[in-house]
Structures are given as C-alpha cells and as structure tokens.
Design a protein around this ligand. Sequence first.
Ligand code: NDP
Length: 277
Amino acid sequence: MTQQNPDQYLVYGNPIEQSRSPDIHQIFASKSQHNISYKKQLVALDDFSTAVSDFISQGGKGANVTAPFKEQALRLADVLTERASLAGAVNTLTFKEGKIFGDNTDGEGLVQDLLMHGVILKQSRILILGAGGAVRGVLLPMLAQNPDAITIANRTVSKAKDLCQHFSDERLSACSFDETTGQEFDLIINATSASLSGDLPPIPASIITTTMVCYDMVYGKNKTPFLQWAREQGALKVIDGLGMLVGQAAVSFAIWRGVIPDVQPVIDVLRTAIKEG
Ligand code: NDP
C-alpha cells in the first residue's frame, strides 16, 4: 500500500527556534492518526507575504503565526473570524478554496485551559494584568464565557482604557495597579510580560484571597514570580500558561483537521521536557 504524502503545515516567526509548535502538532497528529508534516520557518521581517505565497504554491494547507507577524497575517487574510478581527491579530492561517482564512486561537486556548482546571468563569469577577497583544487576543472568548466583570489593570493605564473602548462592552473596565486595592476578584490573570524579566506586577497583596485562582500566561521550569507570590499570599490555586500554549495549538489543529485533540498528554510531555531542560 502506498503512503500518501503528508499534509504540510508550519509556523512562521522571527525568532522561531524556541517554538514548540512542531512537537505539539506532531503529537496531536500521531495520537489522532493524521498524516501531517509540521515545520518551523524563520522569516525575514519584510518577507512574510512572500513566504506565505511560496508555501501555498507548494501545496501548504495551513500555518501558525507567531511574533512579529500576527498583524501582517491579519492583513494578508481574505476571510477573518470575528475574534481575529477584534484581536487585530491572526495566529492561524488556513489555505483552502483559493483563499486565506485567518483566525486567532489564543483566547480559546486560555478559556479551555481555565475550564479544564475547573475554574468557573460564568458570573466571575476577573482581573487581567496587562493590556498588550495577548490581552487583546483573549478578551472576546473570555467575555463569551459570561463573566460578571473583567477589570484590566495596566502599568500604562491609557492602553487598558483603549482596550475597553475597542471592545465596547459594559462588563469591561480599566484601572491602574494601585486602583485594584479594595476590589474583589475570583480570578487574576497575569498577562504582562513581567515574569519574563523576573518582575512582579505591583498589585496589592490584600486583593489575594483564599478562594482565588491566579493564572500566569508565562510558564517555565519553576513557578513564575507572580505565581510564587500569589501562593505565598494564600491563593487557592495557581496555574501557569503551558496549558494555554497547548490549548491554542489544539484549536488550530481542530480548525485544520476537523478533530479536537487531547491536550493533556502533550502538556505532560512538555512539562517533563521543560523540567529536564
Ligand atoms: P506585549 O508586549 O504586547 O505586552 C506586554 C504587557 O506587559 C504590557 O501590558 C506591559 O505594560 C506589561 N509589562 C511589561 N513589563 C512589565 C512590568 N515589569 N511590570 C508591569 N507590567 C509590565 O506582550 P503580549 O501581550 O503579547 O504578551 C504578554 C505575555 O503573555 C508574554 O509574556 C507572553 O510570553 C505571554 N503569552 C503567553 C501565551 C501562552 O500561550 N501561554 C500566549 C500569548 C502571550 P505597558 O503597556 O505599560 O508597557
């Protein structure tokens, strides 16, 4: 029996060496018996659209897009989902019927990870720290879970206010880190990049409660400074962003292949690799 050529996918970025997407998608594919090839491609900053058209002409079926090309991918797509359009960024491209379809799966990845950890989002009061691209990407899927309120606190408060205006939803509000004092939350999501430089967003310890879940989009070998601090303040549960990373990949895989892959085995493999590496 002849083996068909695998369907081709890849991830674009600059840098790209650090990307775990090929490993994640290959595990999804082998567990669901899909025959795919998934590579990573370093693209020069001014070469993104050429790289995409070359890949389409070689028969490529789809691509993930990481920094700094997510906005360029948005402009390149012929058809956008609402969540990609509102996020202003595309991380998943699908090439079919002579068109480029653009989606953003980051928010759904976060939501699925939170739900998998048993976090109740409906009627919850959520504090999001940060107002960068990641927050913009997750707001619509988070709002779709029907929380009572989402407060966005950011170092540069004007950026948090801009996001509230952009999404124009009465459940959204913006404030400074200081202004979170005295407010009550069920869930805090650290979507700043502070953890990457070993920093802690300066929020008051008094807002951490023993029933609260604290989530950091960053993940690593050890608990992030935010998660370590939250645990010391007595938070009920602390969760890092590895599940979000695998979750967004799972949604991309489902878009391309029509099956929802099991994320837990992949999270387990990556967790071990990160601990060992
Ligand atoms: P951006 O660069 O767009 O935004 C960075 C945000 O962090 C801004 O709000 C910035 O505040 C804030 N910030 C940076 N340093 C500090 C600090 N020392 N103290 C307080 N606030 C700070 O990044 P993204 O939004 O794209 O990504 C944010 C984080 O989320 C990154 O660490 C990224 O790795 C992670 N991420 C994880 C994903 C996953 O799958 N797990 C997916 C996407 C992102 P200001 O506006 O004032 O500069």
